[in-house]
Design a protein around this ligand. Sequence first.
Ligand code: GRF
Length: 195
Amino acid sequence: MKAPVRLGVLASGRGSNLAALLAAIDRGDLPATVAVVIANNSNAGALELARRADIPALHISSRTHADPGAAIADALRRHEISVLVLAGYMRRVDPRVVAEFAGRAVNIHPAPLPRFGGAGMYGMHVHEAVLASGVRESGPTVHRVTEAYDAGEVLAHRPVPVLPDDTPETLAARVLQAEHDLYWRVIAEQFCRDR
Ligand code: GRF
């Protein structure tokens, strides 16, 4: 059997998608390993989760590094990362990193793209926009990372119903559950097929 694919995860917050990936790896569903977790917030839950799992956890931001993009590129090289996974990363990925991981970097967005993506479409704003639009279906979208926000090729979308009495919070929670079941499948399918 080939060595597991080495994932590098970029995150900013809570880290529930990271937790779901780690759970899929533990179950044997995702033949990969999370080899480094990098966050731009020192208090990101994702860093804490990584430390508890003995995964190198790095805080890299403009406060800690003069050139955070170069520091991230360097860390990804040092940890021999072959696939870059954005899991709630709230910063623009440095163009040098995007170029280095062209075709090997993915993001998960909590709504259909391109309609509910782009600048300002993050966190609860996304679910507020979905509810305001009146659509009856939302759901996470996994796409390739390019220089523009939320604009790379769509790899998968999981439909999730919008219910009549949804608030942004109830919709977000339903979509998040779908994210947790979708992300590892797409990563396995796209990058780990011959493992
Ligand atoms: C998720 O809703 C994801 O779609 C978006 O950011 C959120 C991250 O949540 N990109 P978590 O940190 O993985 O819990």
